[in-house]
Design a protein around this ligand. Structure first.
Ligand code: ARG
Length: 408
């Protein structure tokens, strides 16, 4: 480390771990702490975090509701690409980190702090995501990563330190927490401890925001999602702000058991990990966005987007949100969404969200062309030449191989 930090902006949840970090920054690092707590829709009261920071002697405390910015500027741009990591993960944790990091750097500049600090461990993706974002936004900022720096080896050490420093330890935190949770408006992710054996099905108590599909209502529910330029703007004709819309989709998805995922994934850092995800609203949105693209987006544009998507997902997963290549891809994705406007009818039923209808003022669907009935716009014999030329090289290959006796 270059020099001892004087003032540190800590990403503070108000929980035990970040409270210990806060105290550790004050006592072991001799730093003044600025506490920053963001509401990203994790569903917890934030005022207790303010109070706790006050009790720990923090003078500058930032408690901010970032839900609209989170959904509008991070979640929706990502969904324009139909983004999934390794075929399934909707990136609920990965997409939240750049926003938290961005606000931390802004607060550091506002308060004259020379360092930032996060509570991510030395084994995961989140340390990488936070720190790549910090450094992309301020190449000179000092980063404090307590889990990679301090001497505590176990949770028992941490609790002992908390008690010695007078940090209240809730009774249920004395033993090991049964698993680790990260939640926001897009998802809840649970990892570790009880979930570490990937052969064993996760117990029902792990799930926090969805019923199991078998306990979901026996009759389906239909909703209409309106889109403008690739982003959802309304449900059943009622215009909703980004965060309000996602909140509503979460309620609907949670009720119908939609968006549960048990995934064994590849971390950027090299190891595999097993997680349980609940992304009820996001899972509806992913399918609905595909539905509106089906009717409005050109086939070539659709297929190019599908090729770019895994790369874009990997950039977000690995923490490169503020990289030039992510911004280049975003520009291409956004350009594709100009005409992605219209409405999608969704059927929600026992864990599944299906498109059952789509309409658009920008439709490319031509019944005149595709109809099985008589038409006047399309000449079926045109397909003769189309097939003849596409088959040309296949025929040349087949003749050569037949002449040389090769089996195909
Ligand atoms: N594996 C997920 C990711 O890297 C979630 C990580 C945080 N989850 C947690 N329960 N601590 O994006």
């Amino acid at each position: 480390m270059a020099h001892a930090p004087k003032k540190v902006v800590l990403a503070y949840s108000g929980g035990l771990d970040t409270s210990i970090i806060l105290k550790w920054l004050q006592s072991e690092m001799g730093a003044e702490v600025v506490a920053f707590t963001a509401d990203l829709g994790q569903g917890e009261e934030l005022e207790p975090a303010r109070k706790k920071a006050q009790e720990l002697g923090v003078k500058e405390i930032f408690v901010e509701d970032l839900r609209e910015e989170f959904v509008r500027d991070y979640v929706f741009p990502m969904f324009r690409a139909n983004t999934v990591y390794e075929g399934q993960y909707l990136l609920g944790t990965a997409i939240a980190r750049p926003l938290i990091a961005k606000r931390q750097i802004e607060i550091a500049h506002e308060t004259g702090a020379d360092a930032v600090c996060h509570g991510a461990t030395g084994k995961g993706n989140d340390q990488v995501r936070f720190e790549l974002a910090y450094l992309a936004l301020d190449p000179d900022v000092q980063i404090i990563s307590p889990w990679r720096q301090w001497e505590f080896g176990s949770r028992t050490d941490l609790i002992a330190y908390a008690e010695q420093q007078g940090i209240p330890v809730p009774a249920d935190k004395r033993g090991e927490a049964p698993f680790s949770v990260d939640a926001n408006l897009l998802h809840t992710s649970s990892e570790g401890k009880a979930l570490e054996d990937p052969a064993i099905e996760a117990p029902e108590f792990v799930y926090q925001r969805s019923v199991s599909p078998e306990n979901a209502p026996d009759s389906p529910e239909y909703i209409d999602i309106g889109f403008e330029h690739g982003d959802p703007v309304s449900i059943d004709g009622i215009m909703l702000s980004p965060a309000t819309l996602l909140t509503r989709l979460n309620e609907l998805g949670g009720t119908h058991g939609i968006g549960r995922l048990d995934l064994l994934e590849n971390r950027f850092i090299g190891m595999k990990s097993r997680g349980i995800y609940e992304t009820p609203g996001g899972s509806i949105l992913l399918v609905a966005h595909r539905g509106i693209e089906q009717i409005t987006l050109d086939g070539g544009a659709t297929h190019l987007k599908d090729e770019l998507m895994p790369r874009y997902a990997e950039l977000i997963y690995n923490g490169f949100w503020f990289s030039p290549e992510r911004k280049m891809l975003q520009a291409a994705i956004d350009a594709s969404q100009e005409m992605v406007t219209g409405s999608v009818r969704m059927k929600l039923y026992k864990g599944s969200a299906s498109v059952v209808g789509r309409t658009s003022p920008c439709s490319l669907y031509s019944l005149d062309h595709v109809t099985f009935e008589d038409d006047v716009v399309y000449n079926q014999s045109d397909a003769d030449g189309f097939i003849e030329l596409n088959a040309l090289r296949l025929k040349l290959l087949a003749r050569r191989d037949r002449a040389s006796g090769k089996n195909r």
